[in-house]
Design a protein around this ligand. Structure first.
Ligand SMILES: [Zn+2]
Length: 271
């Protein structure tokens, strides 16, 4: 078991078994140094390093092929949002057991197949909207900077360089993993939720999907075993709160339709 907190809607403070490829960072992680202050880190740097990190993760995780049902499904949902809001987005499915998704500054969005197994299309759209929100809000810049610092093992002693240096392959791996371990602030999560709600509304998707997605995550966090899905989440008190925030907005907008009791699916969802 390894703890990951990351940009997904689902993942703040969750803990679950890891099947996505990760490497042990050991002592390299956790360095916060004077070097950080000296380093000039631009949006361009964040984009470039994000791309390197995602390329590394794509190489080290089982990516669903173009004809894979997961890819076909994601294409159907995401295809029309490739150029959403002035962003140039690309997306892929990792066929792994983790329930997760993430977005990077370069516009890469990765959705994990186990997340798709428990979410309806409408709920996935809410997740996608949330991830686009993180890209749009440039939330991953700080996470990328910190991941870079860790990977390059920058500290006060090596702070002579004030610009981002090229990393070797193993450093890129470290950076990718440090990035995956990074978490967004509550404020960033809440803003991405708002973005997602607006995205759903503007595209005339059912905003209740954002609510039910969080309700499912809340169920997972309660360790529900009703479905036979692996118990993957520990306590995640935010999901319920975030679901209620969405409900409130939907009610205010006259878009609320009571979905009834939300439960986790008994078998894998395909739409
Ligand atoms: Zn998020």
């Amino acid at each position: 078991m390894k703890k990951i907190t990351l940009c997904l809607i689902l993942l703040v403070g969750t803990s679950y078994s890891i099947n996505a490829q990760k490497i042990n960072l050991g002592k390299a992680a956790g360095i916060v140094s004077n070097g950080a202050k000296a380093l000039t880190f631009t949006n361009g740097d964040a984009i470039k390093l994000s791309k390197e990190s995602v390329d590394w993760m794509d190489k080290n995780n089982p990516v669903a092929g173009p004809k894979d049902p997961y890819t076909v499904r994601l294409n159907k949902l995401f295809g029309k949002h490739k150029s959403q809001d002035g962003l140039n987005l690309n997306y892929k499915v990792y066929k792994v057991k983790d329930i997760n998704a993430f977005a990077c500054a370069d516009g890469s969005v990765r959705v994990f197949s186990s997340l798709m197994d428990i979410m309806t299309d409408n709920e996935l759209l809410a997740v996608i909207g949330h991830e686009i929100g993180h890209v749009k809000n440039q939330d991953t810049k700080d996470a990328m900077k910190s991941a870079y610092m860790k990977a390059a093992a920058l500290d006060a002693a090596s702070s002579a360089s004030s610009t981002v240096a090229a990393l070797n392959d193993s450093q890129v791996g470290k950076m990718a993993n440090a990035f995956l371990d990074a978490s967004h602030s509550k404020k960033q999560e809440s803003e991405a939720d708002t973005y997602s709600y607006d995205f759903m509304k503007a595209n005339k998707y059912d905003v209740v999907g954002a609510y039910t997605a969080f309700k499912k995550l809340a169920l997972l966090s309660q360790g529900s075993t009703q479905t036979g899905f692996e118990k993957m989440f520990n306590s995640h008190p935010d999901s319920e709160k975030r679901a209620q925030a969405i409900k409130k907005r939907a009610e205010k907008d006259g878009l609320w339709k009571d979905p009834g009791t939300v439960s986790l699916p008994a078998s894998k969802l395909t739409k």
